[in-house]
Design a protein around this ligand. Structure first.
Ligand SMILES: Cc1cc2nc3c(=O)[nH]c(=O)nc-3n(C[C@H](O)[C@H](O)[C@H](O)COP(=O)(O)O)c2cc1C
Length: 367
C-alpha cells in the first residue's frame, strides 16, 4: 500500500482488485458520462490565488456541522453495497471516518445494517441517508432505527425518483453477489437485487419500491416524523434550494449523485455558488459532493462557500485496498493535501478560505 500515494493510485489499484460487476457499478456515471468527467475537470478550471507571508505555523482545519465539531471539512458520502469492495464494508468505512473525526453517511441500501454500524463505530459521527419507499411503514421504520441507534441526521436523497441509466450495469445485468444482502431489510426486500434476469437488477428494485411521486410535501412529512435534523441531498438549482429552506431543512448537499442520475447536468462545483447565494440569510448549511479526489478540490469547494464536502468513490477505492486501513489511508492523503493547500495559500483556518482565494481560469487565459 506504500506505493499508493494519491486517490488516483487507489482507484487504479481498486479497479484491478474488484470483480467487473462491482468495479463497473462503483465507477459508472449515467449514460455517456459527460457529467462524470465534468465533476472532476470543473475543479481543474479553478485557480487558487495564494497569499504570501502569512504566519501558518499553527493552523486549524476543524469546523462544525449541524452543531457538531469535525476535525476536517470533508466526510464520507453514502454509497450503496460497500461489502462488494471489502468483507467489512460500511463498518470499515464508518470506523475510518471515526479515526479522522469526521462524518460517515450510511446508505439505505447498505450491506451493513444501521445497528451493525452503530455498534462497530460508536464514536463516529453517523448520519443516515434515506430513500423513501412507497411503503411508508418501511420508511418510518428506517428513520426510527437510525434515531434509536444514535445517528445524528437524516439525509434525504431528492434526486432519485428512480435510478439513472448506467450502461455497464445494464450490460452486466448488475446483481448483488448472493452471499450479500441489503442489510437494513429482511426477507424479499433484502435479497431482491440478487437475481437480475434482464438489465440492471438494481434499477428494477428501485423502480418497484422507491416512491417516484415525492414532492416537497414529503420533506415536510419526513420532518414531522423525526426529531433529527433533515439534510436534503441532490440539489442543483437555487430555486430548489430556496424551497428546501422554506421546508425547514437544516442543510443541503449540492450533489449530482456522483453523475449517476442525469447526464448533462452541471458539475457540482459549478452549481455550488448558485445554491450558496440562494440560501444567504438563512441558517441552512451548504455542503457539496462530486469529483473530490484531492485536497485542493476540498479547498476550492470551501472557498466557493461549502461548509463541508463529502467523498463517495474515493472512500470506496480505499475500502477496496485493505478495508478500514485503506479508507484511513485515503482520508489521510486528502487531509495532508488539504493542509498543504491551506498553508501554502496563506490560510491558517477555514474562515480565511474565502471566495477571493479561487478564480475561474478564464481570468488568466487572455494570452
Ligand atoms: C457506487 C455508488 C453508490 C452510491 N450510492 C448512493 C446511495 O445509496 N445513496 C445516495 O444518496 N447516493 C449514493 N451515491 C452518490 C454518492 O452519495 C455521492 O453523491 C457521489 O458518490 C459523490 O461523487 P464522487 O463519487 O465523485 O465523490 C452513490 C455513488 C456511488 C459512486
Amino acid at each position: 500500500m506504500d506505493q499508493l500515494v494519491s486517490v488516483q493510485d487507489f482507484e487504479e489499484a481498486a479497479l484491478k482488485n474488484l470483480t467487473k460487476n462491482a468495479a463497473d457499478y462503483y465507477k459508472s456515471g449515467a449514460t455517456s458520462e459527460q457529467s462524470l468527467a465534468e465533476n472532476k475537470t470543473a475543479f481543474s478550471r479553478l485557480r487558487i490565488r495564494p497569499k504570501c507571508l502569512v504566519d501558518v505555523s499553527k493552523f486549524d482545519t476543524s469546523t462544525t456541522v449541524l452543531g457538531t465539531k469535525v476535525r476536517s471539512p470533508f466526510g464520507i458520502s453514502p454509497t450503496a453495497m460497500q461489502r462488494m469492495a471489502h468483507y467489512d464494508g460500511e463498518v470499515a468505512t464508518a470506523r475510518a471516518a471515526g479515526v479522522y473525526g469526521t462524518v460517515f453517511i450510511l446508505s439505505t441500501i447498505a450491506t451493513s445494517s444501521i445497528e451493525e454500524v452503530a455498534e462497530a463505530a460508536p464514536d463516529t459521527i453517523k448520519w443516515f441517508q434515506l430513500y423513501i419507499y412507497i411503503d411508508r411503514n418501511v420508511t418510518r421504520n428506517l428513520v426510527e432505527r437510525a434515531e434509536r441507534s444514535g445517528f445524528k441526521a437524516i439525509v434525504l436523497t431528492v434526486d432519485t425518483p428512480f435510478f439513472g441509466l448506467r450502461r455497464a450495469d445494464v450490460r452486466n445485468k448488475f446483481s448483488l453477489p448472493p452471499h450479500l444482502k441489503l442489510a437494513n431489510f429482511d426477507g424479499m426486500l433484502s435479497n431482491k437485487i440478487c437475481n437480475a434476469k434482464s438489465g440492471s437488477g438494481l434499477n428494477e428494485y428501485v423502480k418497484n419500491l422507491f416512491d417516484d411521486k415525492l414532492t416537497w410535501d414529503d420533506v415536510k412529512w419526513l420532518k414531522s416524523i423525526t426529531r433529527l435534523p433533515v439534510v436534503v441531498k441532490g440539489i442543483l438549482r437555487g430555486d430548489d434550494a430556496k424551497k428546501a429552506v422554506d421546508c425547514g431543512v437544516s442543510a443541503i448537499i449540492v450533489s449530482n449523485h456522483g453523475a449517476r442520475q442525469l447526464d448533462g447536468v452541471p458539475a457540482t462545483i459549478e452549481a455550488l455558488p448558485e445554491i450558496v447565494e440562494a440560501t444567504k440569510g438563512s441558517d441552512v448549511e451548504v455542503y457539496m459532493d462530486g469529483g473530490i479526489t484531492q485536497g485542493t478540490d476540498v479547498f476550492k469547494a470551501i472557498s466557493l462557500g461549502a461548509k463541508m464536502v463529502f467523498c463517495g468513490r474515493a472512500a470506496l477505492w480505499g475500502l477496496a485496498n485493505g478495508g478500514q486501513q485503506g479508507v484511513e489511508k485515503v482520508l489521510g492523503i486528502i487531509k495532508t493535501e488539504f493542509e498543504f493547500a491551506m498553508a501554502l495559500s496563506g490560510c491558517s483556518n477555514l474562515s480565511q478560505v474565502t471566495p477571493d482565494m479561487v478564480v475561474h481560469q478564464s481570468r488568466y487565459c487572455k494570452l
